[in-house]
Design a protein around this ligand. Structure first.
Ligand SMILES: Nc1ncnc2c1ncn2[C@@H]1O[C@H](COP(=O)(O)OP(=O)(O)OP(=O)(O)O)[C@@H](O)[C@H]1O
Length: 281
């Protein structure tokens, strides 16, 4: 990524990073399907600049929790505030505006097969009628960030799984969002490719300080996120010295519809809860 883009992203995100208001607040949120409860009285907050890693067994409701954050699902009860606004009672027009401030990286990339990489990445800019020259410039910058500028004219079918995931990240960051939702960005990828994707998440976290929620099934991803920092000068991710931990990375662990952990890496690693100990071992 160019330093120019880094400074652009920084300035665009300054307003949200300066605020001390939490970016996301869930209070006693419950939702179920077909009378089966999925999330049961979930409460947590995400502070500006925080990367919140969501862990938990398959089917425990991680994706449902994330879909609630941008109003794709509505809870049966409870309150969800995003950017200080209650979203559970929001009209579709306002939800549309809210989503324009949120970048989404979906499971399985969710690219449009019939569109080139350029048009996939520019999708939101085209919707917002950004002039073509400006859109092209921003697509190139976003693709530089994910180191895929050479693939701008390709189609999704010509890309590997890891490349598709990179395009999906470029699409999510193109509008300098105030919040990024990563739903299993490494799902289905091999360990080495997964690490290159997590490196991009770390880069976005440390360069733009964008608040984010990230679901992962791989504890290894969480460890890499917590123990590394992006060195902009060197252009790569590096282990934090002296066994250090990134303070902006926090965890939320779900099990059987409940929050079983909400806090920092050290507290998670030193938990005495038998289920958690087993889960993270
Ligand atoms: N739209 C829906 N209609 C009915 N049931 C749903 C819907 N969305 C999710 N569920 C159910 O809610 C539960 C939680 O699903 P969710 O996808 O959030 O789990 P998850 O923790 O993300 O799982 P995984 O780790 O396997 O991706 C599952 O039992 C799922 O079948």
């Amino acid at each position: 990524m160019t330093e120019e883009l880094a400074s652009t992203s920084l300035s665009l995100n300054e307003s949200s990073a300066d605020s001390t208001e939490p970016v996301v607040v869930y209070e006693d949120v419950s939702i179920g399907f077909d009378r089966k409860p999925v999330l049961d009285n979930i409460s947590f907050k995400v502070q500006p600049g925080e990367t919140r890693i969501i862990l938990g067994p398959a089917g425990c409701g991680k994706s449902v929790l994330m879909k609630l954050a941008n109003g794709l699902l509505c809870p049966d009860s409870g309150s969800i505030r995003v950017f200080g606004q209650e979203i559970t009672t929001m009209h579709e027009n306002d939800l549309f505006k809210l989503r324009s401030r949120i970048g989404m990286v979906f499971q399985e990339s969710a690219l449009f097969d019939s569109l080139s990489v350029e048009d996939n990445v520019a999708y939101r800019l085209h919707e917002d009628r950004v002039p073509e020259d400006e859109a092209h410039k921003r697509v190139v910058e976003a693709l530089q960030f994910v180191e895929l500028e050479h693939a701008i004219a390709k189609f999704p079918s010509e890309l590997s799984g890891g490349m598709r995931r990179r395009v999906s990240i470029a699409r999510a960051i193109i509008s300098s969002p105030d919040l990024i939702l990563y739903d299993s960005p490494t799902g289905g990828l091999d360990p080495i490719t997964s690490t290159t994707i997590i490196e991009l998440v770390v880069k976005q976290r440390d360069v733009s300080h964008t608040t984010s929620l990230l679901i992962t099934h791989r504890l290894q991803d969480a460890i890499v996120l917590a123990r590394n920092r992006f060195n902009l000068k060197a252009g790569k991710m590096e282990l934090i010295s002296d066994n250090g931990i990134d303070d902006s990375t926090k965890f939320l662990v779900l099990n059987e519809g409940k929050v079983v952990f909400d806090g920092a890496t050290k507290a998670l690693v030193h938990t005495t809860d038998p289920w958690l100990k087993e889960y993270i071992s």
